[in-house]
Design a protein. Structure first.
Length: 190
């Protein structure tokens, strides 16, 4: 014969159900997070993807803002600021460290700007607006090495600033305002 319902048993059953649901959600999120870029058995990507063109454009702008912001932060923190402080001049204290960081920042900036351009291709307006800046971004390709070797001058540092400024302007005019984000040392070196 079944026992009559009691508030104590109902609460215990609800508690067990809530714990089971929480555990299931945690395991599911853990499986998705650990999946990385591997493909599942069906061949589809494990990461969520936008379904509508409006979502794709929003993600494109968000990724553009992130990559361009990292490029701008690295340029200011490890190229412009030390250059203005005289950190690249012969005889400057910690010059070699400053030059190595500037070289890494130059390569990092170039890579993040190229990624930002690829991200912007998901938004037709942003993509068209960035197209004229491709040549300027490409001109930064070898400046990281030049910085690292201590061969960069005022014109090279200004070139970084100009390209970053142009990318920021294009973003702002197209609803994707870019703000400086200083990358960590591991991001810079990795």
């Amino acid at each position: 014969m079944p026992l009559p319902p009691s508030p104590r048993r109902d609460r215990a059953a609800l508690h067990r159900a809530a714990v089971a649901l929480l555990l299931a959600c945690t395991l599911a999120l853990g499986a998705v997070a650990c999946g990385g870029s591997k493909k599942n058995a069906g061949g589809a990507s494990a990461s969520p993807s936008p379904t509508s063109s409006a979502e794709k454009q929003k993600f494109a702008k968000t990724r553009f803002v992130t990559n361009a912001g990292l490029a701008a932060g690295a340029t200011y923190q490890w190229i412009v600021k030390p250059f203005r402080a005289g950190g690249f001049q012969k005889g400057a204290k910690h010059r070699k460290t400053a030059l190595v960081k500037a070289g890494l920042a130059g390569v990092f900036t170039y890579n993040r700007l190229k990624a930002a351009v690829r991200n912007a291709q998901g938004d037709p307006t942003l993509s068209k607006a960035l197209a004229p800046l491709d040549r300027g971004i490409d001109s930064l390709k070898n400046l990281g090495t030049k910085l690292r070797k201590g061969e960069a001058g005022t014109a090279d540092v200004n070139q970084f600033q100009n390209v970053i400024g142009n990318v920021k302007d294009v973003g702002k005019k197209n609803g994707a305002e870019v703000k400086d984000q200083v990358p960590s040392a591991s991001q810079l070196g990795g």
